[in-house]
Design a protein around this ligand. Structure first.
Ligand code: G3P
Ligand code: CA
Length: 234
């Protein structure tokens, strides 16, 4: 079972910063999960929200900043004074640092409002060579299908909130034609669903799992990976 650090080890350091990513590596996470948004100058910034307000000392939409302008913001002080000066990383800087070191689970946010984001991500990831340990995910299954056709050698995952712990077999088979993983909201998972996912040649990830009991239960159900703020708990 893979341990995937959600936005880095985000319980211990400000999410989606190098401080959180370094902590994840130090705690032995197999993958770092991170979120990307496109900037005014077409670069990819590692930040969860479409606005900078919650996690930096700036205001406004990420898409209204260039990457260079975003790098001037303080993305650490909101979490704790010791993190003052942490920056919003670019995806390029993260790939440069980690592509050979640890797995990366890269979530594309808001494909519909950020045209070109999949292509920009695929081009950048391809530049760092095909990595067995890079997975690109999105809630937008159509965007992931398109991504797979453009970059068939990069692994993909579809994020889903399965109603009543179920997903129709037909839907899973369809997903299996362009993805290797489904990434599921943990509270909506059943052992039957995991079996059904495996029978369609897909792997199952669960988010966000911060309780050890839940982690053990999912492990006994043969989940393939858990996404957690506390990679040291599991
Ligand atoms: O990787 C799954 C999880 O990150 C999805 O939720 O809001 O934390 O991006 P969110
Ligand atoms: Ca995410």
């Amino acid at each position: 079972m893979h341990i995937i650090a959600h936005r880095g080890a985000s319980a211990y350091a400000p999410e989606n910063t190098f401080a959180a990513f370094e902590k994840a590596v130090e705690l032995g996470a197999d993958f770092i999960e991170l979120d990307i948004q496109i900037t005014k100058d077409g670069k990819l910034a590692v930040i969860h929200d479409d606005k900078v307000d919650r996690t930096t000392n700036g205001t406004g939409f990420v898409r209204e900043y260039t990457m260079n302008e975003l790098e001037q913001l303080d993305a650490g002080s909101w979490f704790g004074p010791e993190y003052q000066g942490e920056k919003i990383p670019s995806l390029e800087a993260v790939l440069r640092k980690y592509h050979n070191k640890t797995g990366l689970l890269i979530e594309i946010k808001s494909s519909k409002t950020q045209p070109g984001i999949e292509k920009a991500a695929g081009q950048l990831i391809s530049r760092y060579g095909r990595s067995m340990n890079t997975i690109v995910q999105s809630f937008d299954a159509g965007a992931m299908r398109a991504f797979h056709h453009m970059y068939p050698s990069i692994q993909t995952a579809v994020l889903i909130r399965p109603r009543f712990g179920l997903l129709p077999r037909g839907r899973l088979r369809q997903i299996a034609s362009f993805a290797q993983y489904v990434s599921l909201k943990a509270t909506m998972i059943s052992p039957f669903l995991i079996k059904s996912i495996h029978s369609c040649d897909l792997k199952a990830l669960a988010w966000t799992v911060n309780g050890q009991k839940t982690g053990s239960r999912l492990k006994s159900w043969k989940i393939d990976g858990i996404i957690t703020d506390y990679p040291d708990y599991f």
